[in-house]
Ligand binder design. Structure first.
Ligand SMILES: Cc1ncc(C[n+]2csc(CCOP(=O)(O)OP(=O)(O)O)c2C)c(N)n1
Ligand SMILES: [Mg+2]
Length: 374
């Protein structure tokens, strides 16, 4: 038999529970306690407001370049909600809602975007990694963390976030391959926000979905409406449970959209039309969640006004914390490893000697202007 067919039987599920008008598919509606629904809404709203303030602060020159997460609050939040506190969360850089849920102080987020490494110092007792900008490099860390959980038999799951652009990096595929071969408890979430800076989703891959890339690795996968918090919670619960039960790593593609610029260093008007963006404004995760809660009588104008006031106060306090934070250049070396490597220790000593020692004589004979480090 020189030629025979190999049957590929995989199918991908595409899950959507709460539509853009706030209508819910009751057969699929996940069980979430009323108090939790309100708390989820509170965190989603807080994330939106902090994100808006960060953008304003960047425009005022009070923080550095900023990467907004507007419209992408539901997916990280749904996963953070379904995780146990001791599970591991490995983000990229648009997962603010998960950080807020998992207890990161808001001021730390501002310190990070203000350019100080203290923003990367993970709060005590929180099993998270800091914001990761080298695209998809976090996939390798996440896979390693999940492998460690398996070797230690500590029953924890690692949830990793990566962008659609990140799926074109080798790191993503290496992590996926290793994760399935070693059957580690990893949940990989691809936030498909349709853009990687100015590169559209159509140029990112010829695959109809990002999720199907998992099939080649022997990994379970599904697609969800990433702007629907109910789909996100459902997919998160299911995938995290499977990973924890030893059924292997899982890939979730969350369909969403980058409403804002890539970062404040970018102008999306140069490469995409307002007509493309407009329909996504109607799919806003916050608005549909609000409609859902109002229909359930869990939210009204009074509760919402109170939430807005409390959130504003908390953000104001975070900004005061950030603006009073004494930036210390030596901290740059402190938060990368549990114990400083000899190379970093040597660089720290060099910087200290440079800043605190006598001003060096710099000759202008090489044609460069005479400089002093004062
Ligand atoms: C290894 C690496 N290459 C290039 C960059 C520059 N860069 C920053 S963001 C980005 C696009 C990422 O797109 P995606 O993964 O879709 O994430 P999104 O920004 O849409 O959340 C690129 C190429 C980088 N940070 N790291
Ligand atoms: Mg993207």
């Amino acid at each position: 038999m020189p030629r025979e067919a190999i049957e590929l039987t995989n199918k991908l599920e595409n899950l959507s529970i709460l539509d853009q008008d706030g209508n819910v598919d009751e057969a699929l509606e996940p069980k979430i306690a009323d108090a939790d629904l309100r708390k989820l809404y509170n965190v989603m709203l807080k994330t939106r407001r902090l994100d808006e303030r960060c953008l304003m602060m960047q425009r005022q020159g009070r923080i550095g370049t900023y990467g907004p997460c507007k419209g992408q609050e539901a997916t990280p939040l749904g996963f953070a909600y379904a995780m146990q506190a001791e599970d591991w969360f490995v983000p990229s850089y648009r997962e603010l809602s998960a950080y807020v849920w998992r207890g990161w102080p808001l001021g730390k987020y501002l310190v990070w975007w203000g350019g100080n490494e203290y923003g990367s110092a993970v709060p005590e007792g929180v099993n998270d990694l800091p914001i990761c900008v080298p695209i998809a490099s976090q996939c390798q860390y996440a896979m390693g963390i999940a492998w460690a959980s398996k070797l230690r038999q500590d029953d924890t799951v690692c949830v990793c976030f990566v962008g659609d652009g990140g799926t074109s990096q080798g790191d993503f595929h290496e992590a996926m391959n290793f994760a399935t071969v070693y059957n580690v408890p990893l949940v990989m979430v691809v936030q498909n926000n349709h853009w990687a800076i100015s590169l559209p989703r159509s140029k990112q891959t010829a695959s109809p979905t990002f999720a199907q890339k998992a099939i080649a690795y022997g990994m379970d996968a599904m697609v969800i409406d990433g702007n629907d918090i109910l789909s996100c919670v459902t997919a998160a619960r299911e995938s995290i449970k499977k990973a924890r039960d030893g059924q292997g790593p899982q890939l979730i593609e969350a369909t969403t959209y980058r409403i804002m610029m890539h970062t404040t260093a970018d102008d999306p008007k140069k490469y995409r039309s307002e007509e493309e963006v407009a329909p996504w404004l109607k799919k806003d995760p916050l608005i549909r969640f609000e409609t859902y809660l109002r229909n359930k009588k869990l939210l009204d104008d009074k509760i919402q006004k109170l939430m807005e006031e409390e959130i504003k106060k908390e953000i104001d306090e975070a900004i005061v914390f950030y603006e009073n934070y004494k930036h210390d250049p030596y901290e740059f070396f402190e938060h990368m490893y549990q114990e400083m490597t000899p190379e970093l220790a040597a660089q720290l000593a060099e910087l200290k000697a440079y800043r605190e020692g006598p001003a060096p004589e710099v000759s202008a004979s090489n044609g460069n202007p005479q400089v002093s480090h004062a």
